[in-house]
Design a protein around this ligand. Structure first.
Ligand code: ASP
Ligand code: MG
Length: 418
């Protein structure tokens, strides 16, 4: 059994949906769980719809219509038959959404978000499931909200592994005896009768959950890149594909900001030794990259990661006293309280420097830090991380930039630059 994951870019229009059936031809008569994300940028649109409707903004009506039109356009291109049952399924989902739209006042925002935003995945999987059926890939559509059981931490729900194992094993076994292919959603789960989400870009993690529980032989994440690249092609034109890398290296790269695989994906796969392939949906025959336990290929080429919108905060004592453990205790407590993750830190005798993402929560943090310390900060910075660095790569990346802070270990160099 294999688990496939198709992200938003791989299901963005009618042509990409057709492309899925081309890929499946290479896996005829094999058991597959297909995890799908929302089409293209639908999750962003649904987030906006959730916010607008929570504040009773009239604009939400036209946004709702935009989301609906987009899905119906894709469906019309795929299903020429006017009364194809897919249209009734989509209509039903939009009706449910419409009913939910009035319920914002009755609940906390995060809970409200988790009731609405999963519709991106529910819609995309309906279209894909019907399309594959018609294309000769008979499949069963399952609702992941009834399979991935979570707690009620809305918007970053924690998986209840035991409960999920029971239902996934209990429902997928019988489903597989009727059909080789199961289509379900990434990113979403359920808590009682309510929906939950696992955090943005969480579909990779969903694929890993199913793979772990079902002891899959492999997971394939189908992407718009040829494999795991050593740098983001958005910023670099000389990227290299990493053919093989380890689970550990992948987690490290994700920690430093590499976006290709969601960091939570690795642990469930590592625990069962399940390899994760990253392959191009445009050239499915190519080998792509494999992420596995073997660490021997990790250090072959430098990998570069750039985090934008960074803020460097420098915190120092007002009375010229050392920034020691008691101060650090207080400082870390405030970072945790305001949920500001630290990307890089460094201390000297009387000052402590921290590089963080620029988020709205930062204002609260800085003003509270100012109660006890003198605080200076610098915005609009980049954090450059190079794993397995060499002098050449460092030179190339920092040529004209002012380096405000630098930190090196044997494997990694990080630089905060203007
Ligand atoms: N559709 C969700 C998102 O855009 C989940 C995912 O794509 O992995 O965040
Ligand atoms: Mg996505």
């Amino acid at each position: 059994m294999r688990v496939f994951k198709f992200g938003g870019a791989s299901v963005k229009d009618a042509e990409s949906v057709r492309n899925i059936s081309l890929i499946l031809h290479n896996y005829r008569n094999q058991k597959l769980v297909i995890i799908v994300s929302a089409m293209n940028k639908t999750t962003n649109a649904l987030e906006k719809l959730t916010e607008d409707s929570f504040e009773n903004d009239r604009a939400s009506g036209s946004l709702f219509k935009e989301i609906k039109d987009y899905h119906f356009q894709v469906a019309q291109a795929l299903f020429p038959e006017q009364n194809h049952p897919v249209f009734a399924s989509l209509e039903k989902l939009f009706m449910e959404m419409d009913l939910l739209l009035g319920t914002g006042e009755k609940q906390e925002f995060d809970q409200y978000y988790d009731q609405l935003v999963p519709y991106g995945e529910l819609l995309s999987t309906q279209i894909i499931s019907w399309f594959l059926n018609d294309a000769g890939f008979q499949n069963i559509w399952l609702d992941a909200r009834k399979l991935v059981i979570t707690d009620n931490t809305y918007r970053s729900a924690k998986v209840n592994w035991e409960a999920s194992r029971d239902v996934i094993a209990g429902k997928l076994g019988p489903a597989f005896s009727k059909s080789n292919i199961i289509v379900t959603q990434g990113f979403i789960g359920g808590h009682g009768s309510l929906s939950t989400t696992l955090g943005r870009e969480g579909s990779d993690f969903s694929a890993a959950i199913f793979a772990n529980i079902l002891d899959a032989r492999e997971v394939i994440v189908w992407k718009d890149v040829p494999g795991y690249l050593n740098a983001d092609p958005m910023y670099f034109d000389d990227t290299v594909k990493l053919d093989r890398l380890s689970y550990t290296e992948t987690i490290e790269l994700a920690f430093y900001g590499a976006k290709i695989i969601h960091p939570k994906t690795i642990r469930p796969l590592k625990n069962k030794g399940i390899p994760l392939y990253v392959k191009s949906f445009q050239s499915p025959e190519e080998a792509g990259s494999v992420i596995h336990a073997d660490i021997s290929s990790d250090a072959t080429v430098p990998s570069c990661i750039i985090k934008q919108e960074q803020v460097l905060i420098s915190i120092s004592s007002r009375d010229f006293s050392f920034i020691a453990e008691d101060h650090l205790h207080l400082i870390f407590g405030l970072f945790a309280k305001h949920r500001c993750g630290i990307n890089l830190m460094q201390n000297s005798a009387i000052s402590f420097s921290v590089c963080v993402d620029n988020t709205p929560r930062l204002n609260g943090l800085i003003s509270e830090l100012q109660n006890d310390f003198s605080v200076k900060y610098n915005k609009d910075l980049h954090l450059i991380t190079i794993r397995h660095y060499d002098a050449d790569t460092i030179r190339k990346l920092t040529k004209n930039n002012d380096i405000l802070l630098e930190q090196r270990s044997r494997v990694t160099v990080q630089m905060v630059v203007k």
